[in-house]
Design a protein around this ligand. Sequence first.
Ligand code: GCU
Length: 447
Amino acid sequence: MPARFCTKWQFCLGLFCSLALLSISAEAAKFAPNYDEAKVPEYTLPDPLIDSHGKPVTDAKTWTDVRRPEILALFEKEIYGKAPGRPEALWFETALVDPDALDGRAVRKEVVVHFTKEANGPSMRLMLYLPKNAKGPVPAFLALNFFGNHSIHPDPKITLSDRWMRSNKKKGIKNHRATEASRGTSQSRWPVEKILDRGYALATVYYGDIDPDFNDGFQNGIHPHFYREGQTRPDPNQWGSISAWAWGLSRAMDYLETETGVDARRVAVMGHSRLGKTSLWAGATDERFALVISNDSGCGGAALSRRKFGETYGFMKDVIGYWFCENWKKYADREDEMPVDQHMLIALMAPRPVYVASAVEDRWADPKGEFLSTLHASGVYELFGLKGVSADTMPEVDQPADQGTIGYHVRQGRHNVTDFDWDQYLNFFDKLYHTEGLRSNPGPKSF
Ligand code: GCU
């Protein structure tokens, strides 16, 4: 009887997830992270400016034609896993338009991005706010969210997500489903009105629409839709979850390119924590993103892995190893053997602008390691005649570094996204794209 089977199956899934989450906290309790700078091991970083044949890279063209593709291929094969491209059958369905959202300040749309031709096939629901009185297409921020589109703002008209979610009582998630109580529960991280008042659009998608965040051997989410006949899980060099979420960001960009209210040449991709790791990987793999922002992305994101400060690959491997590809696992506790480190991920954005943000109390994410990545990526920006970060040492707390094309700040406080963070992103975006000199720029690639 299908109905009974379904109920049992859901029960088992719930139990499985709860056990998985319990084991994450158990693992975390066992792991003793290093928070002592004196205990950071000596390390030598691979040089982004020496190619695989040992030849120095001294000009922008060689970077673009030779070295960048080499580094991108290494990250793809060894760290995050290769994702497929745009599905042929991709289509967009405008499911809802609210012409008077936010007390008339905005137009709010919900667009279903269908990944296959079937209307009931896999899909994600993108929510877009456009400033109401814009005179033309506006630049936009695109960011995945953790608990459904309805969690970013209390507006009762936002469709409540019915997808699987990580349990979180405070966020109003019960039995892995959002309840009415979850509306607006993440709003402190999403200053929607401010973003719109500054002239930007905001697009967001629930990351679990693309791949639910638990380890089921890639049986749900987007992965199985791309398996070859007989394939049951990704090959060792194929996409883990971060790569799948980044793939979803590219599909959101496919939609934004069709949206007349948005200037698709000026889309910033932003993400926090695991979604900051994801925004960096999306920025690396998809050069349509004009600006890439990593908020507290830490290990596997902006932080140098070889420092082993706070979270390490060794910790991640058995707990959240499915975020990466299978090949990545061999580097757990053998970070020195990696052909890349995260400064090379930052360098993959060049010459496009990138912003990395840290928080002082977020030692798990290694603020210094995040800063050092920006510093060691700066040489690549210099090939383009651009300034990366300007100082060799971390800026003062709450004082954004004197910015070149790489932005960086460390703010006071915990692992979070705050108004202070958003203010810096808005200022950086303003400076880069609204200044007279750049307004006539034909597109991000020419930065
Ligand atoms: C955990 C995980 C981090 C991740 C964070 C998050 O702390 O260890 O790598 O960034 O969750 O995404 O919230």
